[in-house]
Design a protein around this ligand. Structure first.
Ligand SMILES: Nc1ncnc2c1ncn2[C@@H]1O[C@H](COP(=O)(O)OP(=O)(O)O)[C@@H](O)[C@H]1O
Ligand SMILES: [Mg+2]
Length: 634
């Protein structure tokens, strides 16, 4: 017994079962589309991870089938006893032992007494069967929601691991929709549950049918076979509609998020009507495909019902006519047969519904398989050396970079050095490559050639999370949440006290403004900060960056929306940070960068000159021209 238990455990252990299932799986799916196969592999893997729930599901279904069989057996016996009272013909073939036993009991308490007992037993067996079916259903529901949650959690984590370049390839709305679609993987549970129940039930019914009559059983089998094959066309249609539903759901996610995120733009350009039509027409495609699919699926039920009724009538008529005088004896048997046929058909239906459900979710399975496939995708680096401060500086050495799918490089041979505590300004015409340089320094992209080093260590070997935690970054377009000012300054972190938040707001010269608001730091600033002016938004962005006590401050046109006075205040604040904080500042207003330690002029992706203000002015080169131009404009 003990060794048996141990053997059972080894068999149930993850590895053995998993390997067996996977071998079967690989064989069965060897011809299908690789994405679909990946989707399936994922679903099977998920089911295997939860194999105890799956085991409960199978057991429940098996027991339900056993008790269903029991009910039929008991009913058959009951009918036999009734018939026996008049004729010697048995409904079920004689099983010597049972019949002797039954005969004995019948003699004891009389045929009608036994009949009543049997009917009560049949009822009990049905109740137990329903309870078992419920148990299986319960496990299937649980399993389904567990898998749905797990897969969506993993999908979200997967997107978060994407590199910046990778995540930019797909719109946010579409990514959200894809994450939603991955839960289709959980549909495998319904498929397995219903298929398991229906198959065990069908086997039970056929066993009894064969005991009753072999000819009738073969006819019934043929009937179900014809229905099964006849369904193939419908399955094909449902598969196509399923593809359409998934594709247009993704499109829908993309469009809705994009258009609903631009409320101001839509109104400024007077195109709300266009947005309405665009969103609604995409939704219509989804809904029409869903409706069509539902309508097609609904045809199956009445068709199978009619076929069943016609077959039952035919069985009765043929049975009656072929037996003539002896019809009275045959009819009870025939009725029992029809009873079984009637109980059987819902499972034949269910099996076909499973096929339809399966066909409809193929696209979502393939999508999920493709989505989770790491091939051809770029992920953020997660390992690497952890840096916690900048002690010497940042160095760019002959750095070149091209954006994916672009012909001309954005940067070529960029070389400059930023010493710790220095303020370095990047200037030059729009599109020159300044923002691209900051993206590379942030580690959002990696250089195509050349190296960026931090204290002599290649940035590509540094832990990116640790690195970006050292950086405070303010860009021209400040991303603000529809939340309180306090939450916006703390941004996705709850480790800062109100005191710290106020200090950074003071440094960013926004504290007085905030304090004057009725709700102060608890004021909610509207979607994307819509209740603040451009300059206020930028100062809030600066407060957010300063709160993190950065080692490196990246200001990319971060003061462009400020008036001269506010900008001077902020400049003074930055001067106070000097020597402690390294600053890379990009500004169009050259007065902003006048006291930078070094000014680097970038045009067309290359450094055309660098030095301090005096050097550059005395060179009378490009910077000198820019300076002259801005001075003359006042
Ligand atoms: N995500 C991107 N994909 C492709 N090209 C880009 C991308 N971002 C910027 N560029 C291109 O790279 C060049 C440099 O852009 P950028 O660094 O933003 O310039 P700057 O900040 O100096 O105005 C421009 O020609 C721009 O069109
Ligand atoms: Mg820029």
């Amino acid at each position: 017994m003990k060794t048996f238990l141990i053997k059972f455990r080894t068999i149930m252990s993850r590895d053995v079962i998993k390997r067996l299932v996977l071998i079967c799986f690989e064989w069965f799916s060897r011809k299908s589309d690789p994405d679909l196969r990946d989707g399936w592999r994922l679903a099977v893997g998920k089911v295997l991870e939860n194999r105890w729930l799956m085991g409960g599901l199978f057991l429940g279904n098996l027991l339900a089938a056993v008790f269903e069989g029991g009910t039929i057996g008991i009913l058959a016996l009951a009918v036999t006893i009734l018939v026996e009272a008049q004729s010697a013909d048995l409904v079920l073939p004689k099983f010597a032992g049972i019949n002797l036993f039954v005969d004995g009991v019948v003699e004891e308490i009389g045929a009608s007494g036994v009949f009543l007992i049997l009917v009560v037993l049949a009822m009990l067996a049905q109740i137990i069967k329903s309870a078992m079916a419920y148990l299986a259903k319960y496990f299937s529901i649980r399993l389904q929601f567990v898998i749905s949650r797990e897969v969506q959690d993993e999908a979200t984590a997967h997107v978060m691991r994407y590199s910046y370049g990778q995540v930019m390839k797909t719109s946010g709305g579409e990514l959200g929709a894809i994450i939603g679609q991955t839960s289709a993987i959980a549909g495998i549970v319904t498929i397995v549950n219903r298929a398991a129940l229906s198959v065990t039930m069908l086997v039970t019914y056929f066993a009894f049918m064969f005991l009753l009559s072999i000819t009738l059983s073969i006819t019934a089998l043929l009937l179900i076979g014809i229905i099964f094959i006849g369904m193939s066309r419908i399955i094909g249609m449902i598969k196509l509609l399923g593809d359409k539903i998934v594709n247009s759901t993704l499109e829908m996610g993309h469009i809705v998020v994009e258009l609903l995120n631009a409320p101001r733009l839509l109104r400024v350009f007077g195109v709300t009507e266009y947005a309405k039509i665009k969103i609604n027409s995409t939704r219509r495609i989804v809904i029409e495909a869903q409706e069509k699919s539902a309508a097609i699926k609904a045809v199956v039920d009445p068709v199978i019902d009619s076929i069943t009724i016609m077959a039952a009538g035919a069985f009765l008529i043929v049975g009656y006519l072929s037996t003539g005088e002896r019809a009275v004896e045959v009819v009870p048997k025939l009725l029992l047969f029809l009873f079984i046929l009637n109980r059987m058909m819902p499972h034949a239906k269910s099996l076909n519904e499973v096929r339809m459900g399966f066909a409809g979710s193929l696209r979502a399975f393939a999508l999920t398989g493709n989505f989770f496939n790491p091939g051809g995708k770029v992920f953020s680096r997660v390992d690497g050396q952890v840096v916690d401060r900048i002690s010497q500086g940042i160095n760019l050495e002959n750095v070149s970079f091209s954006y994916p799918n672009t012909a001309t490089p954005a940067l070529t041979g960029i070389t400059f050095n930023v010493q710790q505590g220095q303020t370095v300004a990047l200037v030059g015409g729009s599109g020159g490559g300044k923002t691209t340089i900051t993206s590379l320094v942030l580690g959002l992209y990696e250089p195509g050639s050349g190296v960026i080093t931090v204290d002599g260590v290649n940035l590509q070997t540094i832990d990116l999370n640790a690195w970006t935690r050292l950086i405070g970054c303010v860009e021209q377009d400040i991303f603000l949440l529809n939340a309180s000012i306090r939450e916006n300054i703390a941004f996705a972190s709850d480790e800062y006290s109100l005191g710290e938040i106020i200090n950074s707001a003071k440094a960013a010269h926004i504290h007085e403004f905030i304090q004057a608001l009725p709700l102060g730091y608890d004021t909610v600033i509207g979607d994307r900060g819509s209740r603040l002016s451009g300059g206020q938004q930028q100062r809030l962005g600066l407060a957010r960056a300063l709160l993190r006590k950065p080692e490196l401050l990246l200001l990319d046109e971060a003061t462009s929306a400020l008036d001269g006075e506010s900008e001077r205040f902020i400049q003074n604040a930055l001067l106070e940070l000097r020597e402690r904080v390294t600053v890379i500042v990009i500004a169009h207003r050259l007065s902003t960068i006048a006291h930078a330690d070094k000014i680097i002029v970038i045009e067309n992706g290359t450094v055309i000159e660098q030095g301090n203000l005096e050097d550059l002015l005395s060179n009378e080169n490009r910077f000198f021209q820019l300076w002259k131009l801005q001075s003359s404009q006042g």
